[in-house]
Write a new protein. Structure first.
Length: 214
């Protein structure tokens, strides 16, 4: 959706279809992405107009979700029925040689199975095998597995693990960082207190908490 004046785009947002799940039930949703207004036109209700239009277009969808660019926007989105539902944990992981074998993988169906198994009972955004394939390609990241766990390493020059899931994720991350010659790194995982995403119920009930990682 966009607003154009005199041949110039002054406000826009994208609506990307996604699926939310609690491990048993799947809920159709859409992800509001790249919402922005030209600074010269801020405060004129342009984004409000686009958001309300998106709710009309997606009135048969259960939820709308978004990730705020900065916390100063939380109050703005709360006016439209969004709440800070989703959170993550960023843990400092120490590199350690545990003598385990960590393998790089492009088995995206396996990543999907591990994610859904690990997040059963947790309200979350579901990633399908093709989502992993596209996201890893676009971010130039790589996936590594050990037993029933995986870790997504963003790059080889920074020790950023953008997601790790599974029973053995702590051991996997420690060994992976050691193998890549890092002394420590930061890993993103569920069950934290850092708010990252907002949710608006359209047809469904609002859950109290959840985990999101795009």
């Amino acid at each position: 959706l966009l607003i154009e004046e005199n041949g110039k785009i002054i406000s826009m947002l994208q609506m990307l279809p996604t699926v939310l799940s609690d491990g048993e039930t799947e809920y159709p949703a859409y992800y509001i992405y790249a919402a922005a207004t030209d600074p010269d036109f801020e405060g004129q209700g342009k984004m409000s107009c686009l958001l309300n239009e998106s709710f009309k277009i997606n009135r048969d969808t259960d939820y709308a979700i978004l990730i705020v660019g900065n916390n100063s926007l939380i109050k703005f989105y709360e006016r439209f029925g969004f709440s800070a539902t989703f959170s993550i944990k960023k843990a400092r992981i120490k590199a350690e040689n545990l003598g385990i074998t960590v393998k790089k993988t492009e088995d995206f169906a396996l990543l999907e199975r591990i994610a859904e198994s690990s997040l059963k009972g947790v309200f979350h955004n579901k990633r399908f095998a093709d989502d992993f394939r596209k996201n890893l390609f676009c971010s130039k990241a790589s996936a590594y597995i050990y037993n029933d766990s995986y870790a997504i390493l963003e790059s080889t020059d920074k020790a950023i693990i953008s997601e790790t899931l599974g029973r053995d994720s702590a051991d996997l991350c420690s060994q992976l960082l050691y193998d890549k010659n890092f002394s420590s790194g930061v890993a993103v995982m569920p069950n934290g207190k850092e708010k990252i995403g907002m949710l608006k119920p359209i047809r469904a009930n609002r859950p109290l908490s959840g985990y999101i990682n795009m």
